[in-house]
Design a protein around this ligand. Sequence first.
Ligand SMILES: NC(=O)c1ccc[n+]([C@@H]2O[C@H](COP(=O)([O-])OP(=O)(O)OC[C@H]3O[C@@H](n4cnc5c(N)ncnc54)[C@H](O)[C@@H]3O)[C@@H](O)[C@H]2O)c1
Length: 256
Amino acid sequence: MQFDFTDKRVLVTGGTRGIGRATVEAFLAAGARVAVNGRTAGSTASAIAALGSGDSLVAAPGNVGTVAGCETAVGAALDALGGLDVLVNSAGVGKDGRIEDFDEAAWDETLDVNLKGTFFCIRAALPALRQSKGNIVNLASDAGLMGDGTLTVYSASKGGVVNMTRAMALELAPDIRVNCVCPGYVDTDMVRRDGIEQADDPAAAEQAVIDYAPLKTLGKPSEIASAILYLASEDARFITGSALQIDGGSTAGHST
Ligand SMILES: NC(=O)c1ccc[n+]([C@@H]2O[C@H](COP(=O)([O-])OP(=O)(O)OC[C@H]3O[C@@H](n4cnc5c(N)ncnc54)[C@H](O)[C@@H]3O)[C@@H](O)[C@H]2O)c1
């Protein structure tokens, strides 16, 4: 499906890699002007260069794990784009580990980036989104809809994103739509480099994440990007507060 975002102004946090980067590419292909957020000016500039630079791409660096970083990133996007039509909150961290292995720093990083950062980027973008009657798409997870053992803290953060999306959708209606996507395992650095490749038996770890989805496959970043563009488009005019599962069936229930 090809959407038309000609001259729409979009900010994608965590746009330097993975799902965020695929989302930047999809919005560019649909005619948007896109602000790319990475944690640092250097990582953002490298990503923009790798994406081919061009007038439609601008940098909006900032560590969205802090309120100041959210305001810096959103402020840079607003300055460069002259406003905002769509905010996609894709920056995230996916640390796994048993409860006993999680210390305060790991808890804080997960909640700060995944939940607090999403909230404060939205807060910073609200005046511009009110003006444009724009919309927001958050990256939640299938782990935000059900518990995932060894992902307790991540599940807490993404469950927060799902319910925050619903609450914000109510508060911001009818002017601003707020939705989230809930991917299952998607083939990005978060899953492959930081997960599968760190396992004692990477082949078994890869098979385990493939088998996790009833459809027996990993998602592709571009497939999540397509859903994000749909939710951000006029075709989704009647959708707000939704948590769209794109997970190969992982949240559908149990097979007997
Ligand atoms: N890959 C999956 O299987 C999967 C599944 C469900 C949900 N998600 C969610 O989708 C989003 C994107 O994940 P991904 O798989 O593309 O991960 P990724 O690790 O490939 O990319 C994450 C991006 O977030 C950025 N980021 C992290 N901390 C940041 C910070 N403090 N400030 C600015 N940027 C920061 C990284 O630099 C990177 O660009 C995340 O919110 C993740 O939780 C991913």
